[in-house]
Design a protein. Structure first.
Length: 177
């Protein structure tokens, strides 16, 4: 070992999966299953891609849109190379979140990470590998929400919001201690 470099060995406690980490993984798995079941229903049973918008309520309809970009159609990846770059990027993010989730000690962080991981796997890995784009179909445009999205998008959005909330709550807890 080089002089001046202090490398502490990893203990088994720092590598082991916490209870909250296990819950984060379970939430991710549930999001993946729910997302893919709903997409199966939309594509195979309802065959929404062959129909026009289906009005469900006065403010909500099912509208099939294939999204080759990232969230909300940003950063379009219409080429094969762009598709696989997005898959690789999503896989790297999911791997980093999975490592983080192993050590989670707070319920809110576990829920948030599980939602983001499950949504990223459902959309950015499974859909892009299978279809080359993400299947979006939840349309609330009559509520002035201009994007069409899906279950995985919702999980990612809620998960990110919960991560932000958790960071504010953690900061407040540290300030009051």
């Amino acid at each position: 070992m080089a002089e001046g470099i202090d490398v502490a060995p990893q203990t088994s406690a720092s590598r082991r999966l916490t209870r909250w980490g296990l819950i984060a993984y379970a939430i991710a798995a549930a999001v993946i299953v729910l997302d893919q079941l709903v997409k199966y229903w939309v594509l195979a049973i309802a065959q929404l891609q062959d129909k026009g918008p289906i009005e469900v309520t006065p403010f909500f309809q099912l509208t099939m849109v294939w999204n080759p970009g990232v969230s909300f159609g940003l950063l379009r990846a219409d080429s094969m190379a762009g598709r696989w770059i997005l898959v690789a990027f999503a896989a790297a993010i999911v791997a980093a979140l999975a490592i983080w989730a192993r050590r989670v000690e707070r319920a809110l962080t576990a829920v948030a990470l599980g939602l983001v991981m499950g949504g990223a796997i459902g959309n950015n890995l499974i859909d892009r590998v299978r279809f080359g784009a993400v299947a979006d179909f939840l349309d609330f445009h009559r509520l002035y929400f201009p994007w069409v999205f899906n279950v995985a998008d919702s999980a990612i959005s809620v998960g990110v919001a919960l991560l932000l909330l958790d960071s504010f709550l953690r900061r407040d807890t540290a300030a009051s201690a």
